[in-house]
Design a protein around this ligand. Structure first.
Ligand code: UDP
Length: 325
């Protein structure tokens, strides 16, 4: 298959690109390198530096490459940052996606896999969360993703567009090869920050909020190994290519770990002790996000391989110690 991947130089994007290549697909990466790393793109993959808001450039690229589908990762992702600078999130995540969809429509590219998020659920009533749970985001990041999901639904009803929206829970870990891994600047995610603390690069790790309605008072998340998440994209692509109808799938294991449990597991895996401090809640954080992923397992036949928190943290630790970018 011929696939264009926006944000393919980013964390989840690069792991998906690697998997797509390993499965014999022809891949083109489009990334503005605002957060991505060109080193994360394999040498045999065409890379084009382009911002998704540049509709004309996208049209030229699509006319030349003629992708059968687009996998769309390019977006701003930090929940905390979205509460401080929401406009930037709307411009990049919403306008950017509309620009991409417009370029796709004008070049007859009519399949898209969209990176959505568990943040669209806000504070869900049902946990593990099924896809039928109401969409009620509590932060601008989640709002922008919910906004695009609505647009996709409307557009797909009237245009010749089919889509799969994958609602990611917490992507974590790194490819066991050690060639690629998570590298955000600034880093805001829990596992890499904990590991930087274990490494001695940071003095301490902060727990944001200890008064949540959870057994140990800290937030609970469903951490999914990035390669299992990448696999969901491959399956979604095959699904759309074989005529599957537009749909939405949760991507997580259905198991939750608290911030304290992550820190304890990281101490065990790294064999290092480090300073942990308790701080106020971070704005915009729901208490518990755990996926009901039975739909992904059933309809897309997803069988995760790395559902093991110690393994996830081990691969992230290996990357942290031997980072290439
Ligand atoms: N978190 C924390 N300390 C940190 C970074 C994150 O306690 O230094 C918490 C955060 O408040 C959330 C969880 O860890 O409850 C996961 O946060 P992350 O930013 O990794 O992912 P998110 O769930 O926001 O996508």
């Amino acid at each position: 298959m011929k696939v264009a991947v926006t944000g393919g130089a980013g964390y989840i994007g690069s792991h998906t690109v690697k998997l797509l290549r390993e499965n014999g697909n022809k891949v083109l990466v489009i990334d503005n390198l605002y957060n991505g790393h060109q080193e994360a793109v394999p040498d045999d993959v065409t890379f084009i530096k382009c911002d998704i808001r540049n509709t004309e450039n996208l049209k030229t690229i699509f006319n030349e490459f003629k992708p059968e589908a687009v996998i769309h990762f390019a977006a701003f992702i930090e929940v905390g940052e979205s509460t401080k600078n929401p406009l930037a999130f709307y411009i990049n995540n919403v306008s950017g996606t509309l620009s991409l969809l417009s370029a796709m429509e004008q070049t007859a590219v009519n399949r898209i896999i969209f990176s959505s998020t568990a943040a669209v659920y806000g504070n869900p009533k049902t946990v593990p969360i099924p896809e039928t749970e109401p969409v009620k985001p509590i932060n601008p990041y989640g709002q922008t993703k919910a906004c695009v999901e609505k647009a996709l639904k409307d557009i797909s009803q009237f245009d010749n567009l089919s889509y799969v929206s994958l609602r990611y829970f917490n992507a974590a870990g790194a490819d066991p090869s050690g060639l690629i891994g998570e590298s955000h600047n600034p880093e805001t995610h829990l596992i890499p920050l904990v590991l930087k603390t274990a490494k001695g690069e940071r003095e301490q790790i902060s727990i944001f909020g200890t008064d949540y309605p959870t057994p140990d008072g800290t937030c609970i998340r469903d951490y999914i190994h990035v390669n299992d998440l990448a696999k969901a994209h491959l399956l979604a692509l095959e699904y759309l290519m074989s005529g599957g109808k537009s749909d939405i799938f949760n991507c997580g294991y259905g198991k939750g770990y608290s911030v304290r449990e992550i820190i304890e597991t990281a101490k065990k895996v790294t064999g290092r002790n480090f300073k942990v401090i308790e701080e106020e809640r971070r704005q915009g954080d729901p208490a518990v996000l755990v996926a009901d992923s039975s739909k992904l397992r059933k309809i897309l036949n997803w069988n995760p391989e790395f559902d093991d928190l110690e393994f996830i943290i081990k691969t992230a630790w290996n990357w942290e110690l031997n980072r290439r970018f």
